[in-house]
Ligand binder design. Structure first.
Ligand SMILES: [Zn+2]
Length: 254
């Protein structure tokens, strides 16, 4: 099916009737250092989600472009909502979809800061037996490949993200600024003092807003990442389509 938002309500009735699973992209609009656009995370999520438009068994929902990004707020252009608002928004969106009969979904997520809220939303929907909607983080699905391709701990506007967007949207990456991004980057997420993680806001530990080694970015590596993660997403969708809904709920204690 094509994108839900491009259907008429008449056409949607048929399309939703045949869809076994929904795909909903979520991301952020937040600083990604001087080389990448603010929309990096939701653009990545949307690109993965749109590969599912080729499937007859899937419906692709509109992208949720603003997420849990308060920790980037000191950088120009960053938008954010609270974790509670984001959690409720995703939960209620999927709950409204369930009214049309689609009760299995994959939340294709492009922003790590959304993860906690997405896990909580998925738990509520599952506990209430409204929908089964596990979040899927593209970078987690290609962890090993990322480690092979790049020498970085990474985490934000790093070589992995820069490579992916360079492949997807060459027009939006500023390769000349990758040096500046890396010069002001931290190696990892904030300082840890005697076991206490002190990195509350990105500005506490990164001057450029990046975390990692963005100068290692390469669009060909981005293509490999994209294809590998896309394959993982489709394998997950295949698995979810096959899985009966009653097997998705938590089991009662016997
Ligand atoms: Zn990002």
């Amino acid at each position: 099916m094509t994108l839900l938002a491009e259907q008429t309500t008449t056409a949607a009735a048929d399309a939703l009737g045949t869809a076994d699973v929904a795909v909903i992209p979520t991301g952020s609009t937040e600083q990604h250092g001087p080389a990448l656009p603010l929309g990096m995370d939701h653009m990545a999520a949307e690109a993965f989600a749109r590969t599912a438009t080729d499937r007859d068994d899937a419906v692709v929902l509109p992208t949720i472009p603003v997420g849990v990004s308060a920790h980037h707020r000191q950088f120009d252009g960053t938008l954010y909502v609270s974790a509670d608002t984001f959690e409720r928004y995703v939960e209620e969106t999927l709950s409204s979809l369930a009214e049309h009969g689609v009760r299995k979904a994959v939340v294709v997520n492009g922003h790590g800061g959304n993860s906690g809220a997405l896990r909580r939303a998925a738990r509520t929907l599952r506990d209430e037996r409204t929908a089964f909607a596990p979040p899927w983080n593209w970078w987690d699905s290609v962890d090993d490949l990322g480690a092979d391709l790049f020498d970085e701990e990474g985490g934000h506007a790093d070589a992995m993200e820069s490579s992916l967007l360079w492949y997807l949207r060459e027009d939006l990456v500023r390769p000349a600024a990758l040096e500046t991004a890396e010069a002001g980057a931290s190696e990892s997420w904030g300082e840890s003092i005697h076991g206490a993680a002190l990195g509350f806001d990105t500005i506490d530990f990164s001057e450029s807003g990046a975390v990692g080694r963005p100068t290692q970015a390469d669009p060909e590596k981005g293509e490999r990442l994209f294809e590998a993660a896309r394959d993982q997403l489709h394998a997950l969708l295949d698995w979810l389509v096959e899985r009966p809904l009653e097997d998705c709920w938590s089991r009662d204690h016997r």
